[in-house]
Design a protein around this ligand. Sequence first.
Ligand code: FAD
Length: 446
Amino acid sequence: MLSESSKSIVDDACASYATLDRLNANLKPALDDLVQTTDFFSHYRLNLFNKKCPFWDDEGGMCANIGCAVETLDNEEDIPLAWRSSELGKLEGPLAKHPGKKAQKQARPLQGELGDNVGESCVIEYDDECDDRDYCVPEDESTASKGDYLSLLANPERFTGYGGEGAKQIWDAIYRENCFQRSSFPHSADVGSSATYGVAEQDFRRVLDASWQQQRLEHPNEPTAGVAVDDECLEKRVFYRVVSGMHASISAHLCWDFLNQSTGEWQPNLSCYKSRLHAYPDRISNLYFNYALVSRAVAKLGPYLQSSDYTFCTGDPTEDAATRAKVLEVTSRAASTSSQVFDEGLMFVNGEGPSLKEDFRNRFRNVSRLMDCVGCDKCRLWGKVQTAGYGTALKVLFEFDNNSEDIPHLKRTELVALFNTHARLGESLNSIGKFRQMIADKEDVT
Ligand code: FAD
């Protein structure tokens, strides 16, 4: 049986779609404004083309569609100041000195200390090597010779035509990372096929299903004790939910921004939504779960982003202040509700929880490494941004004590990935709401 505390994190995260839809309605305008109008958050630097798939020979899985192509910024003058290598070279503080890991840890400043003595701190950048607390393989943008600059706005995530065996192999491998205890867990190929669920599995789904949770909120006196649930521990279920929610979010984007190949127009594709998402409430529930998780991480980061520990490297103090104001608008809106929908304090504490943390982190890093196997440049770009975004959210939630003064040290790419992933999730919730409305409108007509 799930413990009471385990149940509440799952319940809380999905307490009500309506609560999360309201949060999204409030947050989305500020978040879209941040990622669409600031140079800092609309650009990214990553190693998109030169990393080999570390798991298998991926030569055969490349996507040649024009929709898979990515436009990079190859001229220095096209790159916003915030992202130029000359600016990165100016970074001072812990990175510039390259202290050993131990020295870095000792040198971690308390809130308020950094910024006084350093010239251009930007987002604090540590060595390229993985921090013990990273949930993904960080993009090494501080190494000037590696990676490409690009505008995320010029390369929107949408339908590309990538699919077939190549894509399937990646999704299968991602779900295989969820092999903490695979025997009682739905594998991707099985998810959604009701015939494959045993009784306990259906009850498990019922516990996680938000619409059922909504009924429970509306009918609080209905007995809940005695619901037979899978004994899978909370952390393992959360891992699965994060990857399934990411998959659902990608599906929502490609169905919403779909290329009608007969007219050449980009438009929503209702049957794509119906077959990939509407028929699978668990996938939608996992998407909402991710929205709650990432919103909570963004809210938690808010107080740290207020201080001068983080600057936004625009080269212009007025623009820097404007970017910070936009960031804080997002974090304060997120803070208004997110603590009620996700409580990270319940994870990795009970039973086998603490020992699972490292396993969880390593498995999520493997998911991020798998992005180098994606055979479509555009999908790989957004796959990398989103795995980095979830990795950052997990790091903020689970590696930084809520009551400590330790500042979450984040690379600039992590911060940009986090807010863009949040924005992508907000877009997914929005498009799912519109798809649902389309279905309701059709039902009214018939
Ligand atoms: P897939 O989406 O490939 O799913 C494979 C199997 O996984 C399904 O048969 C089902 O059993 C299971 N499954 C599906 N959804 C879920 C879920 N939410 N939770 C649990 N299990 C599930 N295509 C684009 O057009 N644009 C993109 O930007 C894009 N980005 C991608 C990024 C990555 C990292 C990857 C791996 C693929 C991306 N793709 C993108 C391809 C896209 O995700 C699909 O793989 C492709 O459209 C083929 O879809 P499909 O219907 O065969 O099922």
